[in-house]
Design a protein around this ligand. Sequence first.
Ligand code: BGC
Length: 844
Amino acid sequence: MNNSPCPEKRFARSLSLLAFACACIGQTVQADAMPDAGPADQAWRDASKAPEERAELLLAAMSREEKVALVSSTNPEDTDALRYLGIPALTRVDASAGLRGDYNVTAFPVPLALAATFNKELGHEMGAAIGKEARQKAWNVILGPTMDVARSPLNGRITESFGEDPVLNGWMGAKVAEGMESQHTIAQIKHYTVYNQEWDRLVLDIEVSDRALQEVYNLPFHIAINEGGADSVMGSYPRINGTFACENFDLLENFLKANPNFKGYVGTDDDAAKDKIAQVNAGIDSMALIHRPIPMEAFFDGTVSDERIDEATRRMLFATFENGLFDHPLPEQKAEVVTTPEHLTLAKQIAEEGTVLLKNADDFLPLDKNVSVAVIGPTAKDMVTGVQGSTYVRPGDYLTPVDAIRRAVEGSGEVVVAQGTLGDVTLPAVPAEAFKTRLGEPGLKVEYFDNAEWQGLPKHKDVVSHLDFHGKPIESLPENWSARYTGTITSPSTGLVRFSARTAGHIEVIIDGKTVIDGRRSESAFFQGDGGHYTYPIQGTVMMEAGRPVDIEVRYTRLGARWNHEVRLGWQPESLIPAAVEAAKQADVAVIFVNQVSGEEMDRDNLNLVGDQPQLIEAVSAANPNTIVVLNTPGAVLMPWLDDVKAVFQIWYPGAEGGSSFADILFGDSEPGGRLPLTFPASEAQGPQLYQGGGHIAYPEGVFVGYRYFDLKGQEPLFPFGFGLSYTDFDYSLLRLTTIDQGPARVKVNVKNTGDRAGSDVVQVYLGELPTTMVDTPIRKLVAFERVYLKSGEEKTVTLEIPEESFNYWSEADKKWIRPTGEMPVYIGRSSRDIQLDGTMVVN
Ligand code: BGC
């Protein structure tokens, strides 16, 4: 069989590619129209051949230009000319929680909620559902799942991946990727590696040990590759020990690609690294996400070797064959509606199994339906459904929590609604009539400085009617300038006044001698549009008296901003709390939803609930002892009010089925299945040292990430990793452990539902300290988990496998994995701190 294209086709194809290459290096050439599909007898089109063989055959038939077109393509049109070879255009979509940007898709709960299910099968199903929707919308490469270990509770992208434990992260990612790839899409797991915060993400340098890299940050990727068969990996933004992750030969070639199970390709991230060709030479195979010009000469003048181009091409072709992209072409047209009742049912199940019940005093829950409920907070279309940024998914027309609660009690109970709080939002600008200069003129006096630190004499003075600008207010100011605004502010009402500052730079707002706002933003909003509509204001509150002017001083510096010059000082002078308190007093039960947004370039400032939400909880719980708090937050918040409320739920960002799943749980039609994939600290002093600015951070805690750190330091968290209450009770007995010589170890344990309702529990297997004196190992680390469903009174034997790699540690001296032998403690927990049974395993 002749695999070469016929000469005239080959000529047309070369011309088209030549045009591509020349265009890339700034020249033009006249080319024929794009060639049509090539002959069906090209050997690599034979689907009965193994993907490796097909990739090799095709590689051998490709010209340099064709290979370069594939690896350097940044959009599907770049590879149009390759269609002659049967190579499909690669169309890429962000989709860690559903398809970003498209309409009529399923908005699943965020991946952290999926992690809270500790249910691998649900991971596979969610991946498969996203993969199916992706293909129908004509996408064949999914930029996800995200598998970044949650080191910092403040990380803006914390809900995009699967929490603080590398094994949980790895298995959930493996299953999601496996599900996606079952639908003839390529899953690009991301972000390799050590991507744990948003502050300064494009320049940050992280100092991390090789052992922590291997045992914590890289491990999820290896599990996803080995157990889930993921065929593509996206590099991350930060520098790791001085070298950008996407330019890091050691990490990419020596660690990642050294895994014989990984035959697919590594892609770069959008803004990653500065030197695109250094990336290719360090092991980046696909440059797809680069939105800037690629110096194409490097592919033709020897800067990038033939071997490197071949390796990159081979890896991309392998992933394409392996996942059936050649044999299953995308539809010509995107389908209009791809969400289905089945996918929504799945989203609901994930939301339910991912909802964590943190407190249920006196077994107060579930509620009877003949009850009067005050529903308070953002419970309507203002519910936060997803994370802002590239993982945001449009929720469509969803059933809101308040409507779902109404529906549940219809005919038996009653619902009163009170807004109580607007949640985490940018407030409308303080109007001009609220301000007066100290001379009594309307507005605020402003002094502009031509430096970032209010130094010297002001360059300009003025009076502004209000504080709401976008862009330089005075053209002649330098890029880094500062300003001071002074005067008085008068509230039209008495009580708690809430303020918000949208800004790019640093802003401090002092009202009546109290610092109400003090914080920095590099930008006030990211990825608006198909990346969500949430903004990133700094919030504060202060008590004010109607009609009494008080001093206000606002200090703004543009230092720390990325693109914009921006301030909007917003307020909400009339507190919504008193009306919520009245509503709560009249009801049997008060349910308060609170929220906090987060996302890309949106790390949280601290663990406090923002705005007036803590005060709302305090006031409502004082008025009604049966108060239930629902945290629609990206994870841990401080809960100074915890003792005053009856129950607390953590619902993460629950997607389109957040309302219906919550109402079903509240009234006991379903149970809250979630277990925490993160430790909830009791104070900000707990946990490892977080970023202090300056573009550099060290991770001295090494492998002691998450609960391992709390165990090591003897810190008592508010809620431990793996924790979550059920509406029923479970009893654990009969732990049986195998001795291991080779292969995985087996653990058997009996679990009985001793309560009077059906329910499910998550059996968590932790390995104790390894018998080695060479390194310190975690007091407990998760090695296996399984969700078990039990009817009332039912007992089951649960069998779990501990993969043999779990017994290894990474030796920095030997640069390899070492397996110590001897006795190892094994713990069966209902959380990392609630150990039900323990035993000893002998490893030979
Ligand atoms: C994010 C990636 C995402 C990419 C494309 C980047 O900023 O880090 O996760 O896949 O944008 O949207």
